[in-house]
Write a protein that binds this ligand. Structure first.
Ligand code: AMP
Length: 415
């Protein structure tokens, strides 16, 4: 048997209905915030990610699905979408479009991580980017939007974690200090963190290893080393969140796994997800457009992990119900076909069996499929113009005039 590739999953019904519901709710919310959809290719040139995400990050060092194409170029299945959106922004000269560029995307990303609950090698994100402003007001609206997606989908107990990682004016001095402090405690760190303490010291703060927590607590904190402009931005963002009644917890260790972040970084956690409890991550990337060869334009974005969002929801979701089953017998099939057409036109979910069955078998099968009611289209019923409708949960039967059937079934469907 050929199985799905490790770390990838088939999404089957009824779970796919939950996915569609979540994505539709997100699309509707984006519309109300005046965000428009962008669809970029899943394949990109490898250097797009090595340059933007950063050579020293886990994503680029260990997790990308890259391959050499037949013409010798190196391509990568996108591990995230911000870099792709910025590439498209530059390529299509979107800086010349009026106003802020408010874009959203929905789709699969690929990272070769160690699979576990809530962590997959192909996973899906619902993300947004707002390009063209450095205002903390934009950051606050972005955070509000990300939390609203989770709330609309029914996530309870979401927690917002907030940090500022500074900018090119203040971060280098801080990183230098962190590096020298790390050098002094290096022997207490794991091999990975020993390497990071030289190549990418901020990432040491991300470590979840129990044995390293005590020493990390003694390290300097970037929020104590922000320049005046970054401090002001961070203070204003917090004021803006309070204005919107958005509670948050500051977390000085929230540096996130990608190099391009500046100033604001945030993460949202949800209960019930175990170790992989981050359902959304985001941040500001004021240098990214320039880094990729575009104009000096600043932006901020976030991505919600759809797999985790659905995981956090799933106990509450019920399978979709079929509204009507049409039981036909022999010569009445043509009438059943026409009836199904009429009912489907009205938006009803109709099951028309493709083989003839004894009435008893037919109704048994309909009940198994979770159908609400069945209509019996027999020869006698057609001749009299009175169809029999049976409620499959109570067994109650009713004669309904053919002309009234659509209305009758519609009235029985809740919502
Ligand atoms: P990131 O792009 O790393 O900032 O991640 C944003 C969000 O995507 C995270 O908060 C997760 O919800 C989700 N995510 C990231 N990596 C994975 C993965 N391997 N499997 C499932 N979801 C993921």
């Amino acid at each position: 048997m050929i199985r799905a590739v490790k770390g990838t999953r088939d999404l089957l019904p009824p779970a796919t209905a939950v996915w569609n519901h979540v994505e539709a709710a997100a699309r509707e919310l984006f519309r109300t915030y005046n965000y428009q959809e962008i669809r970029t290719p899943i394949l990109e040139e490898t250097q797009l990610f090595t340059r933007s995400v950063g050579e020293e990050t886990d994503i680029v060092m260990k997790e990308m699905y890259s391959f050499v194409d037949r013409d010798g170029s190196s391509l990568t299945l996108r591990p995230e979408c911000t870099a792709s959106v910025i590439r498209a922004y530059i390529e299509h000269r979107m800086d010349q479009w009026p106003g802020l560029k408010k874009l959203y995307y929905i789709g699969p990303m690929f990272r070769r991580e160690r699979p576990q609950k809530g962590r997959y090698r192909q996973f899906s994100q619902i993300g947004a980017e707002c390009i063209g402003s450095e205002s903390p007001l934009v950051d606050a609206e972005m955070i509000e939007l990300s939390l609203e997606i989770l709330a609309r989908c029914g996530i309870e107990g979401a927690r917002l974690l907030l940090n500022s990682v500074g900018c090119p004016a203040c971060r280098p001095a801080f990183v230098a200090e962190l590096r020298s402090r790390l050098a002094a405690v290096k022997h207490q760190l794991c091999a990975d963190c020993q390497r990071r303490s030289e190549t990418n010291p901020l990432r040491v703060l991300d470590s979840k290893l129990a044995s390293e927590q005590a020493v990390i607590e003694t390290l300097p904190r970037i929020t104590d080393h922000l320049c005046a402009a970054c401090r002001e931005h961070y203070t204003q963002l917090q004021e803006q969140l309070r204005l919107r009644d958005i509670p948050f917890a500051e977390n000085w260790r929230l540096v996130r796994g990608l190099d391009y972040y500046t100033r604001t970084t945030f993460e949202v956690t949800a209960p019930g997800l175990g170790a992989q409890n981050a359902v959304c991550g985001g941040g500001r990337y004021d240098g990214l457009v320039e880094l990729l060869g575009g104009p000096s334009v600043k932006g901020i974005g976030f991505a919600v992990g759809t797999d985790r969002l659905v995981l956090a929801l799933s106990p509450k979701t019920a399978a979709a119900r079929v509204d009507l089953y049409i039981a036909w017998i022999g010569a009445t099939y043509p009438a059943a076909v026409r009836l199904a057409q009429q009912l489907r036109e009205k938006g009803l979910r109709v099951e028309l069996p493709h083989i003839e069955q004894k009435l008893g078998r037919s109704l048994e099968l309909a009940a198994k499929l979770g159908v609400r009611s069945a209509v019996i289209v027999g020869e006698e019923e057609l001749a009299s113009g009175q169809l029999t409708v049976r409620d499959l949960s109570t067994g109650a039967q009713k004669r309904v005039a053919e002309a009234d059937l659509v209305q009758h079934v519609q009235a029985a469907v809740p919502g």
